[in-house]
Design a protein around this ligand. Structure first.
Ligand SMILES: Cc1cc2nc3c(=O)[nH]c(=O)nc-3n(C[C@H](O)[C@H](O)[C@H](O)COP(=O)(O)O)c2cc1C
Length: 484
């Protein structure tokens, strides 16, 4: 089948894998162990974006049917196919897709069903054993094995019933115990505190093998109070089919590969971490984090664990989020009244947050500064940003050569570079102020647009004019490589 016809929408991971195989976006590795070799292969795969996903089979010491899928979303093609776009979608078109998704916020209600492949194997009580899943030690200095990275962690608001899910890392501890690490202020943290403040256990469900489209929504900042299952339905174009967890009542995707439900009790914490993180460092160390006491465990026959692992950016935790973040920043710039935004790119090496490039068609003096300051401080751009570059519309913000060229030739550092201090950051940012102000950083805004007052005298750029471009493509296109 030609890759133009392939789509990986749907909610079954196995149909996604089949689609990726057809698109040439998946390789299989047999015999890698979970202790270091799976992580070692994924580390190599992630050194360059665009490389295929890796399906690990025949993991030593485990049931031969158990598999692990890594390097999910490190290619524009895989992300595009998952959200129903053509295989040859360009970076900025993918960003435009995310901008429209955030702006229009499509939703579809979930559909509760009584059956689904997840129920092929159900365990309760002493029969529960999550250790039978070959959760890898993803990086050599990780403090344990992570069953949840490319996962969904589902919770419910105690009072309103609002259902939320997010991607929060889940460490495997023993047969019936896992842990969850949720940063302060994330929705899962807010929801859990509502139970614990009243001395009650917090119901929780973890889905550890999942269609990447469902996982993608887990990692996005869907607004507070909005149901992520419904947002995922809107993204994938079909209602998400769920079963109800018998102990927690939480909805769980019926076609998931691996899932468990249980409770986090107040003050029940366990040693967690470290995990090599998205900034590229073993930041955060080992800390006490909430323990999940598991009451029901399910898996399909021959289950597949999905991993989306952090590392030196770009990585599987940040790359797809960069394309989505750029879309949200674009949307937020427009919502703040910045006209003629032509594109946004969150540079891969900045881990989706630290570097943003905004392209505009300049309309008035000060337009480029306005775009830069707002991109650096709007909700989607503010957290852990370090660099914002504003370029003219002739620069593709996803083409770093052109962005650097613009900085080198259109920016006068004494006027065009501004430093902002005391901005919102994280302890995972190794340059955030130590020790008492660890959550703040400084950042720069680079105006790399042609100076407004010199537009009329700016020299022409040395590249084909549109008529010559068209002429040579029409006349010689058949003789030239397709990707020129
Ligand atoms: C692969 C991956 C792993 C993540 N791990 C964590 C984590 O361990 N803790 C955390 O607080 N956020 C983590 N995040 C970020 C959250 O998933 C993200 O901020 C999401 O919007 C949280 O959902 P919420 O907005 O409903 O809180 C991770 C994201 C991805 C994509």
């Amino acid at each position: 089948m030609s890759s133009e016809k392939i789509t990986a929408r749907g909610q079954d991971l196995r149909s996604w894998i089949a689609a990726m195989q057809e698109a040439g976006e998946l390789v299989t590795v047999k015999g890698a162990d979970r202790e270091s070799e799976i992580g070692g292969v994924v580390d190599i795969a992630m050194r360059k974006m665009g490389r295929p996903s890796v399906l690990f089979e025949d993991i030593p010491g485990y049931d031969p049917g158990m598999r692990v899928l890594g390097n999910l979303f490190t290619s524009v093609k895989r992300i595009a196919l998952t959200v129903g776009l053509p295989a040859d979608t360009k970076e900025v078109d993918l960003v435009r897709f995310w901008r429209d998704y955030m702006r229009n916020a499509p939703t579809l209600p979930t559909k509760e069903v009584n059956a689904g492949a997840l129920l092929e194997n159900t365990f309760t009580g002493d029969d529960i054993d999550i250790m039978k899943i070959p959760a890898p030690r993803w990086h050599e200095q990780d403090g344990g094995h992570y069953i949840g990275t490319g996962c969904m962690v589902i919770m419910k608001d105690r009072d309103s019933g609002w259902i939320n899910y997010g991607a929060y890392r889940i460490q495997q501890h023993d047969k019936r115990t896992a842990s969850v690490k949720i940063s302060k202020g994330k929705h899962g943290d807010i929801l859990m505190r509502r139970y614990h403040d009243r001395g009650e256990p917090c119901p929780i469900a973890v889905v550890a093998g999942v269609h990447p489209g469902l996982f993608a929504v887990a990692g996005l900042e869907i607004p507070y109070g909005k149901n992520e299952f419904e947002a995922a339905g809107g993204l994938l174009g079909e209602s998400i089919r769920t079963i109800n967890g018998p102990k927690t009542g939480l909805p769980i995707p019926a076609e998931a590969e691996i899932a468990f439900e249980g409770f986090v009790y107040p003050d029940d914490q366990i040693d967690e971490g470290p995990l090599g993180e998205w900034t590229g460092y073993y930041a955060g160390g080992k800390k006490m984090e909430p323990a999940i006491r598991i009451e029901t465990f399910w898996h399909r026959d021959n289950p597949i664990l999905t991993g989306a692992i952090p590392g030196i950016p770009p990585n599987d935790d940040t790359f797809y989020r960069g394309t989505a973040r750029a879309g949200v920043v674009w949307h937020e710039l427009e919502a703040a009244g910045v006209p003629e935004v032509k594109g946004v790119w969150s540079h891969e090496a900045g881990g989706s947050r630290m570097w943003l490039t905004v392209a505009i068609k300049q309309q008035y003096a000060g337009h480029s500064k306005q775009a830069g300051y707002i991109a650096s401080q709007c909700h989607a751009g503010a957290y852990a940003n370090r660099v914002v570059v504003v370029v003219d519309e002739d620069i593709n913000p996803a083409d770093m050569d052109k962005v650097v060229w613009a900085i080198c030739t259109r920016c006068d550092p004494k006027d065009d570079v501004d430093i902002l201090k005391h901005c919102w950051s994280t302890t995972l940012d190794p340059m955030a102020y130590p020790p008492e102000r660890r959550n703040m950083n400084s950042r720069m805004i680079i105006d790399a647009c042609v100076p407004w007052n010199r537009m009329h005298e700016w020299p022409d750029t040395v590249t084909n004019t549109p008529p010559l471009e068209k002429l040579v493509r029409d006349k010689f296109g058949d003789m030239l490589p397709k990707d020129w």
